[in-house]
Design a protein around this ligand. Structure first.
Ligand code: NAG
Ligand code: NAG
Length: 354
């Protein structure tokens, strides 16, 4: 091989070693940093396209350059995954901290823990969701509704119509785009691929039949139905349940497959999340695994759960601040049409970890 080719290959390998996951692909926008505040995760810039994103693999460039809008749709899906992760983990010690666009989740993903499993699953689900919806809404022109449902039996209760979302297409696209960064030869790669797939399979189950009645004066003599994905919140919640029930695995080297750590443990299904290492406690700041610690976090005084001051503050105790709020109260309606309210003040105690 020519020396230049060798150097190039080594460079690609190094990029993969240091980044190793597909969020670094630059779909999250070029300007500013991905700050800890989720609202500042900037969408993709107008002039950004697949060809000059340094983080994309050749196959990813090929996929996303099929259509100009695709990079926006993928970026929106990735952001959706991050927002949902923050929502689902807001009452936990690790609250899905994000750093910046070159290192979105920080070092937490270097530990092959449940947290990492969730990050991969929700991100892969986000891309699938975003692409599926964009197909149905006509934002993307290379795909559309799922017409195969029309051949399905309906028992005469309704007729297929409208636009059934094409979950198959969305799932396939997310698989091709997201999984390309992983190698199925080592433990970590197998885990990531497993959880990416679990994210897509769980999404596929979160689908509703939506119907509309037609007929004289709302008689519903003709009922037209189509399939639509539930809200992304429901997918995030379903995956959070998988997080709680995730399975600890190890590699079977001979067969290059993951299996439960002990024979007594139930084999996870393909919809379950898997992990390889126990999580750190995230009590103290530790840059090695991206923990900010829980000092200053708000906690609930009377909760025995993870959001309660005892567990959240790791036994360090908490302090209380009394804050005053003003809100409308004793509202009266005057004919017609005015509402007058008094202003009420009330105080609330808020608790924070030492
Ligand atoms: C992004 O965040 C990581 C982790 O905190 C940090 O090491 C890195 O320096 C940051 N990069 C930039 C460009 O701010
Ligand atoms: C998440 O945790 C960090 C550090 O523990 C804290 O600074 C941040 O405010 C928390 N975010 C939310 C939304 O609670």
């Amino acid at each position: 091989m020519e020396l230049r080719v060798v150097i190039l290959l080594v460079m690609i390998f190094m990029v993969q070693q240091t980044t190793g996951s597909w969020w670094y692909l630059g779909v999250l926008g070029t300007s500013g940093s991905l700050s800890r505040d989720t609202r500042q995760i900037s969408p993709v810039e107008d002039n950004e396209n697949c060809d000059d994103s340094p983080y994309l693999e050749p196959r990813q460039r090929e996929l996303c350059s099929k259509e100009k809008k695709l990079i926006d749709v993928i970026g929106a899906g990735a952001s959706m995954g991050i927002e949902e992760c923050k929502y689902q983990f807001s009452g936990r010690r690790w609250n899905c901290t994000t750093f910046n666009r070159t290192d979105v989740f920080g070092n937490v993903i270097k530990i092959k823990s449940r947290e990492t499993a969730y990050i991969y699953a929700i991100s892969s689900a986000g891309v699938m969701y975003s692409v599926t919806r964009a197909c149905a809404q006509g934002t993307l022109v290379g795909c559309g509704c799922d017409d195969s449902v029309r051949s399905k039996e309906t028992n005469g209760k309704f007729e297929w119509g409208g636009c059934s979302e094409n979950l198959q297409y969305g799932s396939k696209f997310a698989e091709e785009f997201v999984d390309v960064k992983e190698k199925d030869v080592n433990e970590a790669g197998l885990m990531n691929l497993w959880n990416n797939k679990a994210g897509r399979l769980v999404t596929k189950k979160q689908v509703d039949l939506v119907c509309k009645c037609h007929g004289v004066s709302g008689s519903c003599s003709v009922k037209i139905c189509w399939r639509r994905l539930r809200s992304f919140r429901q997918i995030g919640t379903a995956l959070k349940e998988k997080f709680d029930g995730a399975s600890l695995m190890k590699i079977n080297k001979r067969r290059s497959k993951l299996r439960p750590i002990s024979k007594d443990m139930k084999r996870p299904t393909r919809k379950d999340l898997v992990y390889l290492e126990d999580s750190p406690d995230f009590c103290e700041p530790n840059s090695k695994f991206g923990s900010l610690g829980t000092k200053g976090r708000e906690c609930k005084k009377d909760s025995y759960g993870l959001d309660g001051c005892n567990l959240m503050c790791c036994g360090r105790g908490y302090y209380t601040i009394v804050k005053e709020f003003t809100e409308d109260c004793d509202c009266k309606f005057f004919w017609c049409c005015q509402v007058e309210c008094k202003k009420c003040r009330h105080v609330k105690e808020l608790h924070y970890c030492n």
